[in-house]
Write a protein that binds this ligand. Structure first.
Ligand code: FES
Length: 127
């Protein structure tokens, strides 16, 4: 059966080159435009991780926020998001599973870091 809510089409989306290996210093992030969206790409020294760049609070660029232990801190009001799944770290147990930023698949091909950018999904904000 076909599930219209599943990410069934994501495998058809192309990987888009956004950065060169070595371009992002260890422990930092950078913001790139790809697939019509802004992508925050981080490098922790071993792997790259990509999330939606726009903070769901007031739209700050998460790619410019400090990153530590797999969590990025928004540079404007310090909301924190996990890079592995995009989950907001600071909500109540009721809010936290619902509020998250999109996470994008990343791969490295030769000296290129590529991201598979999915279309935006409806934003859920806490009350
Ligand atoms: S804009 Fe990110 S916490 Fe306010």
């Amino acid at each position: 059966m076909h599930d219209s809510n599943a990410s069934h089409d994501e495998c058809d989306l192309p990987f888009i080159p956004v950065a060169k290996v070595g371009e992002i210093p260890v422990g930092e992030g950078r913001t790139y435009e790809a697939g019509g969206r802004l992508v925050a790409l981080f490098f922790d020294g071993t792997k790259y991780m990509a999330i939606d760049d726009l903070c769901p609070h007031m739209g700050a660029s998460l790619g410019s926020g400090p990153m530590r232990d797999g969590v990025v801190v928004c540079p404007w009001h310090a909301w924190r998001f996990q890079l592995c799944d995009g989950a907001w770290c600071d909500g109540t147990p009721r809010d936290t599973p619902r509020l998250r930023v999109d996470v994008f698949e990343v791969r490295v091909v030769d000296d290129r870091v590529e991201v598979r950018v999915t279309p935006p999904r409806p934003l859920v904000t806490p009350r």
